[in-house]
Ligand binder design. Structure first.
Ligand code: MF3
Ligand code: CO
Ligand code: CO
Length: 265
């Protein structure tokens, strides 16, 4: 029987290529992290992301993707995802998610991190902490051949226990030579994710978006990209690219510089 679904099982050399892509993307995030502070504009950060990536001979995968105009997505406060870098300057109290994806020799690494700018509110810290904890709880819920729904169960149960909601319209995804491929990785359990399994050799992202208020989002009609919470309350997100191996999940987009599992914000 023909398998019409698109998820791919990577062989060793392909896994190694994905490790390299993830590693470069994580180094890019280390570079960015050192520059994220009050006073810098999101457009300046994007410019640095573009330059660092090109200087190393690689390509920002966001640039031109379905017409996206910049090299990264930078999403401040009530922006859930796909914020377009521009003239806005970060100010104390903001939370800002920076989402970078790099094409390294034809293979893609994708990750994001939410940063706290100066002193932020207790709520801003709580929602950011929750998104980070949810990402790692989801990773720890995985084992070779497990169902995709384990991710959604881990994320929603933790977020709801803390009084937060989980975005449904935007999901994680298979990744490899293409940016977004099967399987879909929802951060809530649904019918398809109860069927889909994460076999050794599969690469995918986990990228929970956790909201302070309602889960619902609205797309900016003017720019066609910026996604905001419907109630304009805060949203935080973290993302890693993961390879499922015979031994369990391997995080490809992690270096020792950034927030580690269990980090307290
Ligand atoms: N990096 C995002 C993700 O995690 C996708 C951004 S697509 C873009 O899937 F076109 F907005 F860049
Ligand atoms: Co992604
Ligand atoms: Co991303």
């Amino acid at each position: 029987m023909l398998n019409t679904r698109q998820e791919l099982l990577l062989v060793d050399v392909e896994r190694e290529a994905m490790r390299q892509a993830g590693k470069f993307n994580a180094q890019l995030m280390d570079f960015v992290r050192a520059h994220v502070q009050a006073g810098i504009s999101t457009g300046e950060l994007d410019r640095m992301i573009y330059q660092y990536t090109r200087d190393h001979g690689h390509t920002p995968a966001c640039l031109g993707y379905q017409g996206f105009p910049k090299s990264s997505c930078i999403s401040v406060n009530e922006v859930v995802c796909h914020g377009i870098p521009g003239t806005y300057s970060l100010k104390p109290g903001d939370i800002v998610n920076i989402d970078c994806t790099t094409n390294v020799h034809g293979w893609l690494g994708d990750q994001s991190e939410t940063f706290l700018i100066g002193e932020v509110s207790a709520m801003a810290k709580r929602v950011t902490q929750c998104a980070h904890d949810c990402l790692y709880l989801a990773i720890r819920a995985l084992s070779p051949g497990c169902r995709v729904a384990e991710i959604g169960r881990a994320v929603t149960s933790e977020a709801h226990a803390r009084g937060f909601s989980v975005v449904r319209e935007y999901v994680g995804h298979g990744i490899g030579r293409r940016f977004h491929q099967e399987p879909s990785i929802p951060h809530f359990p649904n019918r398809q994710s109860q069927l889909d399994r994460l076999h050794p050799g599969m690469c995918f992202t986990i990228e929970p978006m956790v909201n302070e208020g309602v889960k619902d989002t609205v797309l900016d009609r003017r720019d066609g990209w910026t996604v905001r919470t419907r109630d304009r309350k805060l949203s935080a997100q973290f993302e890693h690219t993961i390879l499922m191996t015979e031994e369990g999940p391997e995080i490809l987009t992690l270096t020792s510089d950034g927030p580690q599992e269990g980090h307290a914000f």
